[in-house]
Design a protein around this ligand. Structure first.
Ligand SMILES: NC(=O)c1ccc[n+]([C@@H]2O[C@H](COP(=O)([O-])OP(=O)(O)OC[C@H]3O[C@@H](n4cnc5c(N)ncnc54)[C@H](O)[C@@H]3O)[C@@H](O)[C@H]2O)c1
Length: 419
């Protein structure tokens, strides 16, 4: 890799998630020169630009025409990712796009088409499978440590497309068929707090789905809309992978360990993490199980000045974001495909759409790939039209003007940025 080349990077969207991206961008200064930020909410753009001493824009066309960008990091709400992608492609700029890539398959296809036509590369910031723990577990499975794969499960650990990405990665195969059921329950209302804003619903919707993988593995997905609310705090959250000779349990609550039969008796290998102290920074260097043979995932960014969360689980996201930004960097510099890309992100979201379709049909089997627009997708397009005053696809060109983008601007919040 031509590591010496630095790419000019711009940020689109300066909201909550952008804050996490910024700490990573700051740590990848050997790869990226961070030059400009765009957000329709001028205050948000300025709050990001000031500590970096870079230019803030609230006009997207000005942002692209004044700055000679190599890559943009798109962190706006997902319903307008395809519009941001269209402007980036029109200016010949490569992109990293946050998840979900877009709500519907038609909108995701739109991104694929504009990128293809412009010859620009797109990586998707799916972090679930890039977590060090997932990478370590994949290595343990590939080494045959738990035997042949039987089942993968996600219980409250992560939701939606993130869970689909993790389950597909664990299973190492694509899903042929899903069945799902969903129920809405009345519950006592939680109180909104600064760390859990907006969790004030007096209902919660619960989904349970079965995923049938092409390699015979069965996936189980259980999730609740109140998973991060005070109401369900403390509920165990985990992912498990079960094989013919053992299992791996991981997650932010409960045990994190690999268990396997050795001469018919269970042997347990708890997750271990080595760290290195550098001034105030505690750098995770490797994640491993002391099995025989030993499996480990070494932090590829241990020598870069990245910031890491104190919490051992959350620092996995710090590594995942560095991985996403490095993937699009390599794709551009080496003229190769990004590691994950549009096709994988589309599969994750398509699975969510298929599960919703099955729940609508009271648990009937839904086969993949989906054909035709689902009821949920039609509703997404209708909601978009009602909010934005134009069709997400047919009116895309018209929507990419300041006034129309303003129509769609929502969830505007002020942020204090800590870089
Ligand atoms: N990978 C993850 O773990 C993860 C976590 C959180 C959010 N996300 C994704 O990141 C993206 C952003 O989410 P967020 O939580 O930061 O949202 P947010 O609402 O906090 O921030 C969005 C920003 O985009 C700006 N914006 C809104 N509408 C706009 C428009 N029409 N044109 C230009 N700018 C506009 C807002 O002013 C705001 O600054 C979403 O796609 C979300 O799904 C991913």
């Amino acid at each position: 890799m031509a590591e010496s080349k630095r790419l000019r990077l711009g940020l689109l969207g300066a909201g909550r998630r952008a804050q996490a991206h910024l700490t990573t961008i700051a740590g990848l200064a050997d790869r990226y020169e961070f030059v400009a930020v765009y957000d329709l909410a001028e205050g948000n753009a300025h709050a990001v630009a000031a500590p970096f001493g870079i230019k803030a824009y609230s006009d997207i066309n000005e942002f692209f025409s004044r700055e000679r960008l190599d890559v943009v990091d798109i962190v706006t709400p997902s319903e307008c990712h395809h519009l941001m992608a269209k402007v980036a492609a029109d200016h010949g700029v490569h992109m990293l796009i946050e998840t979900p890539l877009a709500p519907t398959r038609a909108m995701m296809n739109f991104i694929a088409e504009v990128a293809d036509k412009a010859g620009v590369r797109v990586e998707v910031a799916e972090n679930a499978w890039r977590q060090p723990l997932q990478r370590l577990n994949r290595k343990a499975m590939d080494a045959g440590l738990i035997g042949g794969l039987l089942r993968v499960s996600n219980f409250y650990e992560i939701g939606g497309y993130h869970a689909m990405a993790a389950l597909r990665y664990c299973a190492g195969a694509e899903v042929d068929e899903v069945r799902g059921i969903a129920h809405r329950f009345e519950v006592e209302r939680s109180v909104e707090t600064p760390d859990v804003p907006g969790m004030t619903s007096d209902t919660e919707s619960w989904t349970q789905a079965l995923l049938f993988f092409a390699n015979g593995a069965i996936g189980s997905y259980v999730q609740i809309s109140t998973w991060t609310s005070p109401l369900r705090r403390g509920h165990p959250r985990f992912i498990t992978v079960e094989g013919t000779r053992g299992l791996i349990a991981s997650g932010r609550s409960g045990v994190n360990a690999l268990y396997r039969l050795e001469n018919g008796v269970q042997a347990a290998y708890p997750l271990k993490i080595d760290t290195r102290q550098e001034g105030e920074r505690k750098i995770p260097t490797r994640f491993y199980y002391e099995t025989s043979p030993r499996v480990e995932y070494a932090n590829p960014f241990a020598d870069l000045p990245l910031k890491y969360a104190d919490n051992w689980y959350r620092l996995g996201d710090d590594i995942a974001r560095a991985d996403e930004l490095t993937s699009i960097y390599r794709a551009v510099v080496n003229k190769e495909s990004p590691e994950y890309g549009i096709a994988n992100a589309r599969r994750d979201q398509e699975l969510c759409i298929a599960i919703m379709e099955s729940t609508r049909l009271d648990g009937q089997s839904v086969r993949l790939p989906l054909s035709g627009e689902t009821v949920w997708e039609r509703e997404q397009h209708e909601t978009f039209r009602a909010t934005w005053g134009g069709d997400p696809l047919k009116d895309a060109d018209q929507l990419i003007t300041r006034n129309f983008l303003r129509t769609g601007l929502r969830r505007q919040r002020a942020y204090d940025f800590v870089v």
